[in-house]
Design a protein around this ligand. Structure first.
Ligand SMILES: Nc1nc2c(ncn2[C@@H]2O[C@H](COP(=O)(O)OP(=O)(O)OP(=O)(O)O)[C@@H](O)[C@H]2O)c(=O)[nH]1
Ligand SMILES: [Mg+2]
Ligand SMILES: [Zn+2]
Length: 367
């Protein structure tokens, strides 16, 4: 395996030049654990590495820290010395989501990915609103969207087709395919995407079949899947950490733990863009501060009533606006908390300094 097989290109080479001068080597991160990272070196050797202090200190937020898929400058270790990540190269693309829970920070799910494959099914997991959010995150990432309507063996043909058509109608840039990771239906087309150097990040709810798909494309069991069976010892393996898997036939997959909540992590501009048709209608509301709920003269509600706007899209529009507002509020709270903290520590520093100056004066006998 060469660097090129892992997705290395002339742009990375240029960005890497100053690090090469220091004797560091390029590596691609394939795994992150709470204590270290896994990485591939240019000769295909797999190593463990730790984070250099400077990279840690210079990261303004979690999203700046190295993540799976990142290209880094690695200082080579020796027998009793760790490999150390000294720098992270600028990302070509970055698929991120809002951190789960009460935080406004972004969490990087895959760096330098070409494609994000969202796995779902035509049954219990099918949810157009959630899919819409995935599309917005993918749009923001710079990667291309692929949707796999998986477990096709479990549902009638018509149901699979209808689910795929509805998803395809949501987003122009998305390629939607019907697959079964169990029977391998529809997997041929995936192999076409996975050319040499191409990275595909696989996301979707827990249990939709992400790891089973990865196993199929890998060609053998890469991770255990399936229900735990006491007799055979085969067990269902819920993926707990993300990992980049190079495929024997070329291309790479990033398997992810299932996402219970895919939360909004997007700019207002992206939101406005994806709802530009609704925004256009909103421009005709009587009041500029129309909440598009029960306000008099609301053009959006009129469009819903007259059948020109899908009510579900109206609801989605209102909900997304709420989420953006909540996100902004949390970001603002965090900013204020950080500011307060900084002010306080500055005051402490200032007080310590004053104390010291006073002490020196006392020692010198000044008044
Ligand atoms: N019938 C059918 N079952 C499938 C298919 N794909 C996956 N499964 C089953 O669904 C279950 C979950 O599959 P996984 O591949 O572990 O799902 P996952 O998306 O990786 O789940 P997490 O790692 O928890 O996020 C397993 O029992 C699989 O055998 C499929 O296409 N058809
Ligand atoms: Mg899994
Ligand atoms: Zn309105």
């Amino acid at each position: 395996m060469t660097l090129k097989d892992l997705g290395w290109n002339p742009t990375f080479e240029t960005a890497f030049a100053p690090y090469r001068a220091k004797g560091w080597v390029p590596a691609r991160l394939i795994r992150e654990t709470p204590i270290n990272f896994g990485a591939f070196l240019d000769d295909g050797e797999e190593i463990d590495a730790v984070l250099g202090g400077r990279v840690w200190h210079e990261a303004a937020c979690d999203a700046d820290l190295p993540a799976v898929g990142d290209w880094v400058a690695m200082e080579l270790g020796s027998e009793n010395q760790d490999y150390v990540i000294r720098a992270v190269l600028p990302r070509r693309t970055c698929f991120a989501r809002k951190m789960p829970g009460n935080s406004s920070q972004a969490q990087v799910i895959g760096a330098n990915v070409d494609l994000v494959a969202v796995v779902t099914d035509a049954g219990p997991d099918f949810n157009l609103r959630r899919m819409e959010r995935y599309f917005m995150l993918i749009e923001r990432s710079g990667a291309k969207a692929v949707v796999l309507v998986n477990k096709s063996d479990l549902f009638p043909k018509e149901q699979n087709k209808s689910a795929a058509a509805q998803i395809a109608a949501l987003w122009d840039g998305a390629s939607v395919h019907i697959t079964s990771a169990l029977t391998a239906e529809g997997l041929k087309i995936l192999k076409k995407y996975l050319k040499k150097g191409i990275t595909m990040c696989v996301v979707g709810s827990s249990g939709v079949g992400k790891s089973t798909l990865v196993n199929q494309l890998y060609g053998e069991e890469w991770q255990w899947t399936g229900e735990v069976n006491e007799a055979t010892g085969k067990g269902r393996h819920t993926t707990t950490s993300r990992e980049l898997v190079p495929l024997p036939g070329g291309g790479m997959l990033i398997d992810n733990p299932g996402m219970r909540e895919i939360q909004m992590w997007t700019d207002e501009s992206i939101l406005r863009e994806s709802f530009s048709d609704v925004e256009e209608i909103a421009a005709h509301c009587r009041f500029a501060d129309c909440s598009h709920r029960s306000d008099a003269g609301c053009a959006i509600r009129e469009a819903v009533d007259s059948g020109t706007l899908d009510p579900a899209r109206h609801a989605s529009f209102l909900n997304l606006e709420n989420e953006i507002a909540a996100l902004k509020k949390r970001a603002e709270k965090r900013r204020m908390a950080v500011e307060r903290w900084a002010k306080r520590s500055n005051r402490v520093k200032a007080r310590n300094l004053n104390d010291r100056i006073q002490l020196e004066r006392d020692e010198r006998g000044d008044v």
